[in-house]
Design a protein around this ligand. Sequence first.
Ligand SMILES: Nc1nc2c(c(=O)[nH]1)N[C@H]1C(S)=C(S)[C@@H](COP(=O)(O)OP(=O)(O)OC[C@H]3O[C@@H](n4cnc5c(=O)[nH]c(N)nc54)[C@H](O)[C@@H]3O)O[C@H]1N2
Ligand SMILES: Nc1nc2c(c(=O)[nH]1)N[C@H]1C(S)=C(S)[C@@H](COP(=O)(O)OP(=O)(O)OC[C@H]3O[C@@H](n4cnc5c(=O)[nH]c(N)nc54)[C@H](O)[C@@H]3O)O[C@H]1N2
Ligand SMILES: [Mo]
Length: 769
Amino acid sequence: MVKNLTSSHWGPGIVSVNDGRIVDVAAHPDDPSGSAINGNIAGSLNGRARILRPAIRKGWLEGDPGTPRGERGRDVFVEVSWDEALDRLAVEIERVRNVYGNEAIFAGSYGWASAGRFHHAQSQLKRFLNTVGGFVRSEGNYSYQAALVLMPHIVMNYREQVAQATRWPVIAQHADLVVMFGGVAPRNMQVSDGGLSRHRGYDNLRACANAGVRFVNLSPLRSDGMPELNAEWLSPQPGSDTAVMMGLAHTLLAEGLHDRAFLDRYTVGFDRFAAYLTGETDGTPKNADWAEQKSGIAANRIRDLARRMAGGRTMIATAAGLQRADYGEQPLWMTVTLAAMLGQIGLPGGGYTVGYGVNGNIGNMERLFAWGSFPQGRNPVDDFIPVAMTSEMLLNPGGGYRFDGSERIFPDIRMVWWAGGNPFHHHQDLNRLRAAFQKPETIIVNEMNWTATARHADIVLPVAAPQERLDFGGGKSDNGLIPMPALVPPPGEARSEYETFAELAARLGTRAAFTEGKSTEDWLRAMWAVTRRNGADTGVELPDWDAFISGDLIQVPDPSPEQVFLADFRADPDANPLPTPSGRIEIYSETIAGFGLDDCPGHATWRAPRDVADGLADAYPLYLISGQPGTRLHSQLDNGAYSRSMKIEGREPVLVHPDDAAARDIVDGDVVELFNARGRCLAGARVTDDVAKGCVFLWTGAWYDPDFDAEHHRDRHGNPNVLTHDLRTSSLAQGPAAHSALVQMRRFDEPVPEVTVFDPPTFVAKGDR
Ligand SMILES: Nc1nc2c(c(=O)[nH]1)N[C@H]1C(S)=C(S)[C@@H](COP(=O)(O)OP(=O)(O)OC[C@H]3O[C@@H](n4cnc5c(=O)[nH]c(N)nc54)[C@H](O)[C@@H]3O)O[C@H]1N2
Ligand SMILES: Nc1nc2c(c(=O)[nH]1)N[C@H]1C(S)=C(S)[C@@H](COP(=O)(O)OP(=O)(O)OC[C@H]3O[C@@H](n4cnc5c(=O)[nH]c(N)nc54)[C@H](O)[C@@H]3O)O[C@H]1N2
Ligand SMILES: [Mo]
């Protein structure tokens, strides 16, 4: 009998409790590849950085309303009672609404928060704000913003694409070759939004290799391909995949290996693209020799790969990471274009997928029916910003910008509220974000831990962790329902967001609208009733709430184990047209061409990454890649044992090629400094030929720990976003472009400073200095 279940985005866990405290969390015994990230939970929830009481920044307390004093991020905090925090917050919300209106409140609050259907931080925050007049939201995500905006123009909604991705078992049976741009990173398959009941992807990928499918991994990191795949490893210069794909496409065209019949029947605009590919329009043929110059991959290998791709059943698997880069729309459009030229879209095991590695369920599992959810209500404010424009918005109120063809104006934000995200991990150019975070009159952060974001707030509200509150888990693309009983009490005065918002709503006269008179358990029983009814409608019988919450996790059937992406469209494109203007795949898009954007014209186009085009490579010769960390989810629980076990002298590891290390007198285990004109950070050198020469790979998510006495406010810990730029993919999608940054690196010979961010900030009594 499985007891003490919990659920995280990285899978189900079994919690060991001693004396009212979590001492360990192990993976579920039935999970064939349970995640070691569970090993962070106990240490972080019991850690020194846990927020135990509401706290208010001293300079905010001392200033007049609307004119806070001091500098966010440097200031000290005063711990206060819940009543004082909520009384002051209610008055401040009223003031901001009366003086500026709800359009001055930004609660985009992007972030992963925690698994659990009810205690989802953003849903709680947004429902509360919707009862008091609404807020400016953000649209899209940091994961695949370019795909979200581009794909509907050229194929279809991106989220539906991944939900319909060809399944790996189909690939095992039918494919000869999988060409992975950016790999299918096994470390990333630990995670899926809202959780996953089993990690199935590893066995499914191994089955492909066992069935004789060959893999090619084009990536700066060898380990983006699972070792068992025995993938052939090619490492194009970061940001040059569009050029490689064009070299492949040119070879197909020049050698007559493209599928003209497919292009005629299922696509529009190939001839306009072909005129660019051959150089007819700009004098530059994008052939394999040209692609070699851009990418560093030998022309003969590109030609050979093109022939192999045309010679059998080929799946092109492009990682979402490729589009988190300058002009990130282009490798996507080129993936679709190349797959269309091969003519295998809609065939089992052929075609393309963007984002197999983006979570553990894509290509492995889908949800059969919708789980019950906590309703957010209606937002009376309809203004929004594209998700990665936070700094831009705060620094340029009233400024204009382009997004998906429209012209938009930034709102004038006075209050910022974050619950369930960590912008001082996730956003690019953190020095710029620090400047932007000085602008608002009030910043509120709900958190479990004293992250850098909490330290940059004025009012900080402590939150109970998933294992400290009653809930149930159900992943967005998963088949599992997971009981999440409250196993330990929250420490200090931390409490659930539902309790916090209910009390705040009471002060603002909207308690009844927020709670509808229900307790947490009432809501959960109602959400479970919806889940049960939706199950019954699809022939799945679920137990009642009491039986469920005291039992083991439940798995419901896979709705589509044999799924092949776009099989229906291929079978009959007239009966099943795509939702594009032409009903076909748009290799050339009149719509996008009509937007008149220099940085995203009407067909896939080569653009060099900005730092490279700007000539920064002499001063900063190394490409910085900052992918997702294997030892945690983003920045979550970074002070837990598993995450800390991989650090080097307490710093985040940076992967360095032996030649690049030797050229700088760096050996494995050294503390190094990474820097460019935007910022600098320390990290621990991990010397390995797993990473391509000329690239350094620094995992994202180390809690930002600025040293205000050092140049550029050097981060002591190793957060790559002090080095990334805050320019976005293009004015089409305005997606984050974190993977395009050049840096320099040196051995750090000065005394190595202590990492301070795992300790709480300084607290003072009111009136103290
Ligand atoms: N350089 C670089 N930067 C990147 C990326 C990259 O590849 N390179 N990747 C980007 C991507 S794809 C993403 S998705 C983002 C992720 O960015 P985020 O989603 O912001 O990262 P997380 O660390 O998951 O932040 C979640 C925060 O919510 C808190 N939290 C958890 N549960 C709760 C809760 O119940 N209530 C409250 N109030 N808080 C809670 C956690 O403690 C944590 O601090 O990062 C982006 N940033
Ligand atoms: N353990 C763990 N798993 C996670 C997450 C996590 O934080 N931790 N985060 C989850 C989230 S929110 C997301 S969005 C997904 C992200 O999933 P992905 O987008 O697939 O992940 P990334 O790690 O950003 O990028 C994948 C790989 O692309 C490669 N790459 C980067 N730039 C280039 C390039 O220019 N060319 C080529 N060919 N390759 C390049 C890098 O080597 C990198 O390892 O992962 C999810 N899974
Ligand atoms: Mo993401």
